[in-house]
Design a binder for this molecule. Structure first.
Ligand SMILES: *Cc1c(COP(=O)(O)O)cnc(C)c1O
Length: 422
């Protein structure tokens, strides 16, 4: 495969954009490919190479690229204008649908990104409880803002340290971290800071180091523990929302959080975030309450129209079931391959999420870090050269879209077979 045009573009970009990219995950070593266009399950780069896309923009493109229903909804909306600075009927209709699907959301607000959604949800938790400390899960990702960009300290009960320059130590010390799937560690932290912790924020299924799945009963036990200690529970469903089920992980596992954040899929590929939860909490958000949140692009009509159209498609009979069944059969086929290899690799995933870990199945961040990530990177490169674009890091989830036909999946499995062997 020839990447001349991408290499040239990257050389120009490096002088203008930090690291040559607009977001760090895109800085594929030694150079990223530059996408020229996309259709269905495919991306074409600036050199005309075609890739089957399992990155899918890191989650939003569950219907594949350029889905006709989204194109129509967006172009219909464009004819009516794309930004009003006033309320529009769309936000009422989409809010009715989303609150109808998510047991944990009685009221919500539309924002522009998942980052804003989690930032606001944390503010609601802090504002409503009058407490500063929060707990997050080690390796959990909630967007690139100060309270969430915190490295785990050493050991479950130590205070967080900034994971980025520019994050104040004073902010970091309010973010406590516990390992995923570890109830004892959570209980220890809850007991150590009684009356000081506003909330626990977590991805119900860790999507940003894996996927890493909850052990049987873990999420319910987390719900029980947070109740017992009077600490709010936030499910960050920016990845799992509209994916594990229409009602996200909370519907799938039957565990209802106090606050929920959504994003990615529900914008149909356009920028969106949603935070919402119990009425008693959300009524405290401005202008009805004193917890401030605002945004020029909140409830952007194009994003909402694309989100509505996405929901229309996903709500059609068996669309998610069929997609999830493709996920099941793909993971099964991959599982057979790694077993044949006898290298101790594992295949992990749920619904339309999957990953080959170059190591045993991890149950938390520390275990995930033990995988052979340079081995994975070399494998990623071989797959790319075979025309399959997986997520470039061992610690990102691969996604399947509704546009990935049986034929496309079979071609992918062929590439896996030969690239895993070499
Ligand atoms: C992607 C992601 C975010 C951030 O969303 P953006 O739209 O990129 O700001 C937050 N939480 C989770 C779980 C995510 O995967």
């Amino acid at each position: 495969m020839i990447f001349d045009s991408s290499i040239k573009l990257f050389d120009r970009a490096k002088r203008l954009l930090p690291g040559g990219v607009s977001s760090p995950v895109r800085a594929i070593s030694p150079y990223p490919f530059y996408t020229d266009r996309a259709e269905g399950p495919y991306l074409w780069d600036a050199d005309g190479n075609r890739f089957i896309d399992y990155c899918l923009a890191y989650g939003p493109m569950i219907l594949g690229h350029r889905h006709p229903a989204i194109m129509k909804a967006v172009s219909d909306q464009l004819r009516k204008g794309w930004l009003y600075g006033t309320p529009s009927e769309l936000e009422v209709r989409l809010a009715e649908r989303v609150t109808g699907l998510y047991p944990g959301m009685e009221m919500l607000r539309f924002v522009s990104t998942g980052t804003e959604a989690t930032m606001a949800a944390l503010r609601v938790a802090r504002g409503a409880t009058g407490r500063n400390r929060i707990i997050k899960i080690e390796g959990g990702f909630h967007g690139a803002h100060d309270s969430a960009l915190i490295k785990a300290g050493s050991g479950a009960t130590t205070l967080g340290i900034p994971d980025s320059l520019g994050v104040p130590v004073d902010t970091a010390k309010n973010t406590l971290q516990v390992p995923y799937n570890d109830l004892a560690a959570l209980e220890k932290v809850l007991k150590r800071f009684p009356g000081e912790i506003a909330c626990l924020i977590m991805e119900p299924v860790l999507g940003n180091i894996g996927p890493v799945l909850p052990l049987e009963g873990y999420l319910q036990a987390v719900r029980d523990l947070t109740h017992e200690h009077d600490v709010l529970l936030i499910f960050d469903e920016v990845i799992t929302g509209f994916r594990l089920s229409l009602g996200g992980a909370q519907k799938y596992y039957g565990v209802t959080p106090d606050l929920t954040t959504l994003g990615k899929i529900i914008g149909g590929g356009f920028p969106i975030g949603i935070f919402g939860g119990k009425r008693s909490l959300m009524e405290q958000v401005a202008p009805s309450g004193g917890i401030y949140q605002a945004g020029t692009f909140n409830g952007s009509p194009v994003s909402l129209a694309a989100g509505m159209a996405t929901l229309d498609v996903l709500e059609k009979e068996k669309v998610l079931e069929r997609l999830n069944a493709v996920g099941d059969s793909m993971r099964e086929a991959l599982q057979e391959m790694v077993e044949d290899l006898k290298l101790g690799y594992s295949v992990v995933g749920i619904a339309s999420m999957f990953k080959i870990f170059f190591g045993p199945e991890p149950h938390n961040y520390t275990e995930a870090l033990k995988c052979d990530k340079s081995g994975y990177l070399a494998f990623f490169r071989r797959m790319l050269a075979s025309g399959v674009f997986l997520t470039p890091s061992q610690y990102e989830t691969d996604f399947i879209s509704c546009a990935h036909s049986e034929e496309v999946i079979q071609a992918t499995l062929e590439a896996f077979r030969s690239c895993l062997k070499s």
